[in-house]
Design a protein around this ligand. Structure first.
Ligand code: AMP
Length: 177
């Protein structure tokens, strides 16, 4: 594990059986409450990122917390990928399976320009369904899901392989656990 990964691991609280029995929830609130830890996390999430990102897309809601400061640091705009019923204008929607249940995500149809290279940001990669749905929305909006950056990857789940099956091979995580 990298130094950044070890520092971040100390600031992630494992909450057993939340929100359902059998789920080990990775609570990032101690990390968010630590200015030094949050700074390390953001910087590590930008390590290994390819050149040429045009836009950052963050997934509601914890992807917003990491995606917006990363967009500012890169000098890019930010596009929210939101839960249904939240975006006010015309949207594309995708429904998908989660580690616990199903969900739907939406993006404004005019959020992206054709060919833009998009960095997809979320807090955690589990089964990969959330990020694949976000990538599908980005493609439907005409842009390219170019790189995926997450803080935490649940290594016992095949999320990374699921992403690869859906054409997402440029993927980095800071903490694999
Ligand atoms: P998945 O689509 O299975 O990769 O799930 C990833 C999404 O669900 C992310 O947006 C996470 O915030 C959330 N999530 C899934 N599993 C967990 C977990 N064990 N702890 C915290 N968040 C989780």
């Amino acid at each position: 594990m990298t130094d950044a990964g070890a520092k971040i691991a100390r600031l992630i609280r494992n909450v057993p059986d939340f929100p359902k029995p059998g789920i080990q929830f990775k609570d990032i609130t101690p990390l968010l409450g630590s200015p030094a830890g949050f700074k390390v996390a953001l910087s590590a999430m930008m390590d290994g990122m390819p050149e040429g990102i045009d836009v950052v897309a963050g997934i509601e809601s914890r992807g917003f917390l990491f995606g917006t400061p990363i967009a500012m640091a890169l000098g890019c705009g930010f596009v929210p990928v939101r839960k249904p019923g939240k975006l006010p204008s015309a949207v594309y929607e995708e429904t998908f399976d989660l580690e616990y249940g199903t969900s739907t995500l939406a993006i404004h149809v005019d959020a992206l320009k054709p060919g833009q290279r998009v960095l997809v940001v979320d807090d955690l990669l589990a089964s990969g369904g959330t990020i694949v749905a976000a990538a599908d929305l980005i493609r439907r909006a005409g842009a390219i899901p170019y790189h995926v950056s997450v803080l935490i990857e649940l290594a016992e789940l095949p999320g990374r392989a699921f992403l690869a099956e859906h054409g997402l091979t440029s993927v980095t995580s800071v903490l694999s656990c």
